[in-house]
Design a binder for this molecule. Sequence first.
Ligand code: TRP
Length: 339
Amino acid sequence: MNKVNQTVLSGVQPSGNLHVGNYLGAIKNFVTMQKNYDCYFCVVDLHAITIKQNPIELYNNTLEVVATYIASGIDPTKNVIFNQSSVSMHAELAWILNCVTRMGWLKRMTQFKDKAGADKENASSGLFTYPTLMAADILLYKATHVPVGNDQKQHLELTRDIAQKFNRDYNCGNFFPIPEPIIEDNTSRIMSLKDGQQKMSKSDPSENSRISLTDDTDSIVKKIKKAKTADIVMPDNLKKVIELKEVNNLLNLYSGFSDIDKVKLIEQYSGQKFSSFKLDLSELLVSKIEPISNEIKNLMNDKNYLLNVMKDGKNKATEVAKKTINETYDIIGLVRYEA
Ligand code: TRP
């Protein structure tokens, strides 16, 4: 192995069926990164409960994210795959970081404002301190690189501020390395199939707005058929395509799954009606998603296997996390005992 001794940590919330947006925005990149980095892929169940969850669904969704990681090509023998709550140091470090993080910093987080909606007084305080738990996820493993979607950029900047303030307040040099974001490019920011202005989301009430990684062939074909396009033919240049938000989104999907450059695709389909483009797109999606979705189903029928992968991941993660927490306690002056 010629990994460069740099560490990647990323997390996915177990909040229901993962869709093609999650795949292109996160998981596909994880698969590439496992070659070059020591990777920790976390299922962030403690983040999920900042919003009310059904216990049975939470449990199953957690296993399903692990199944999706593996079905997509993440090798559980070469990477650390685990659920956040199984390594108690995440919660411990989050508390410490809460005491470093300033109220004003958290108040600026746009995701809290979006997720809390109109009734902010009624949001959980966990939703408000969500970013400090995310910082703990990253800093526990002293991750050097964090692949995140655009929507998490602000949280990563906050993590950098928290790490810097901790290092400075406790005069401990570069104890926490300042993590670098690896931001997905625009092509992997997939929007709703019904509205090119809205991000594809598992919470959209319309099933037709998204394609899940567990969708069968018929629904993929049907959803692409119904997807919004435009009343004209495929334009002949990128500038015009970008103005047609829904068309641009379908091209991003095509490009993301085929690795063919968007400009090439535009050349290929320019002047044509969208029906043949859509047919090709659904064929491509089916060919890429079907093997993943079949493998997710197989793995979900073998829960013991998934639990063993997670247990192994928990043990590996705990070893590193324990070391960081002990060092952190010593730096702060908390009394602790060697086991
Ligand atoms: N907040 C991230 C999201 O919703 C998930 C997450 C939690 C995460 N902890 C993380 C991502 C640490 C990267 C690193 O997408």
